[in-house]
Design a binder for this molecule. Structure first.
Ligand code: ATP
Length: 233
């Protein structure tokens, strides 16, 4: 398949597109990780990269992986990329290739086009072009690690500006009584969404949940409240 990039590729890609899958263009570290995670979650993936070695290395790992130059409209049409509902452009360093690829895909009318930006300028151009969702992996990960490195949180994700979900050990002040009796929301402005007893599976938390020492919780709230709560012992 990778050695004969276009042999049988359009029909196969068309079939994959019908399955509600995702086309990932650019299979560097980011695109590769994304494509493999989609596959692991049961989503079919058409992977495209201009680098033959990369394509070969992913042969058999994705539903289909093809070598092609994504800045060429004919190449994308031949691969039936225009029939995909969701396409992610994971080209970073070669900004002109990223922009050209996105502009071709937008002119094809892809309903959900996501693209990775390496910096704010790149992101601004992609947004102005009309890319539906621009992602900043390095910037977002840097911000995320900053929140983790300065506190006790085990994981942190800012879901919307100023609003976060934090994974942290359950503080002693909310242990050994029902969550509904702790006055947690009033005192700290956060909600415990889920919890884990030791190594057990995660479960949804409600007002009757009783947390114990050693439990891990998932807290949602304004970023500063959720973070402050994660610092409590
Ligand atoms: P990462 O950090 O994910 O490795 P990167 O920004 O360092 O990404 P780039 O080289 O910019 O990596 O792009 C990622 C991939 O996109 C590379 O494997 C590259 O071969 C591929 N790529 C770049 N331009 C094109 C193109 N015109 N057509 C197809 N693939 C391309």
């Amino acid at each position: 398949m990778a050695r004969f990039p276009h042999f049988g590729a359009p029909d196969r890609a068309r079939r994959i597109a019908e399955a509600g899958s995702v086309a990932v263009i650019g299979l560097g570290r980011f695109g590769r990780a994304l494509a493999l995670e989609l596959m692991a979650g049961g989503t079919e993936v058409l992977g495209i990269d201009r680098d033959e070695d990369l394509v070969q290395s992913l042969n058999g790992e994705l539903t289909q992986v093809v070598r092609a130059d994504s800045t060429k409209r004919e190449a994308l049409e031949q691969l039936a990329v225009d029939e995909f509902d969701r396409v992610v452009v994971a080209i970073g360093d070669d900004i002109s290739a990223s922009i050209l690829t996105c502009s071709v895909l937008l002119s094809m009318g892809i309903p959900a086009l996501w693209a990775k930006a390496v910096d704010d300028q790149h992101g601004l151009i992609l947004e102005q072009l009309g890319v539906h969702k621009v992602i900043y992996p390095e910037k977002d990960m840097g911000r995320r690690v900053a929140h983790l490195v300065r506190g006790a949180a085990l994981d942190f994700i800012e879901i919307a500006p100023g609003y976060a979900m934090v994974k942290a050990p359950a503080p002693s002040s909310v242990q050994d009584r029902a969550l509904g009796e702790t006055g947690l929301r009033r005192a700290h402005g956060v909600t415990v969404a889920a919890f884990q007893h030791g190594e057990n599976a995660w479960d949804n938390a409600d007002a009757t949940t009783v947390l114990r020492a050693g439990d891990t919780i998932l807290v949602v709230g304004k970023t500063r409240d959720a973070e402050a709560f994660a610092q409590l012992l």
